[in-house]
Design a protein around this ligand. Sequence first.
Ligand SMILES: [Fe+2]
Length: 290
Amino acid sequence: MVSLRGDMRVVAISDLHIDIAENRDWLAHLCDQAHDDEILILAGDLASKLSRIESGLALLARSYSQVFFVPGNHDLWVEAREPTDSLQRFREIQSICSTHGVAMRSRDILGEKGHRVVSISPLLSWYCEPDEGDLSLFLSKPGEDESLAMWADRVRIRWPDSLLSPASYFLGLNAINEAEDRDIPIISFSHFLPRQELIFSSSRDRVPFGGRGGDRAPRFNFSRVAGTVGIERQLRMLGSSVHIHGHQHRNRDRMIDGVRYVSHCLGYPQERAAAGISAKDVKPVEVFHY
Ligand SMILES: [Fe+2]
């Protein structure tokens, strides 16, 4: 449980990618100030090196009153020469989170008088690929490379042979209490996308993969690795009113069937440059205020 002193905000961001020096500088600047009146949700892809994940989480945990985190795909990358795998990396990250007081499990946030104000639920997850059936967010794309050879996870993610479905494994770790006895707002978050339509900028978007700027990777089909409907099922069981996700590096803020879906990332320098945004203008977005 986390106790509030009044006037608290829950803020969210994803995809900090602090392997990149400019993003590391952004994080150092963010954490120069204390954020005692803020709870931070970090929706994955902090870094692809374990030492950077640890230093980043330690910095954030010192700056914010509470940090919630789930790993993204980059956080579970391993080098070919490392005698480990991505599941072992996940366990190492769990241990780092516990050392620094970073939450990877649901917690209720308490108000000044000890009453429950809001509940925050990290949802561990992975993406379902098209051959995993109807839990995948897959949509076919003309001319796509079905082998996804340019997707770095193909090389950098290594599961033990015993792990047949990473998505089922991670979703199975989430403790889902059904919504009926919940009387406070529930905020959930995942790294991966819970719904296919969130891949697109709006419900009217009829340009499925290119968008206004054209398709910069015509052979790459993001929907193959976007997420899973399994996350959507869990957030609906929880009774979430807000769900935050990362992964795509596209900012979204949409209401769908009574749930506000928010994606808000730092992303890569070249993405910010293309959008005409400077890193100093990027701040975690408020998703709850008390
Ligand atoms: Fe990602």
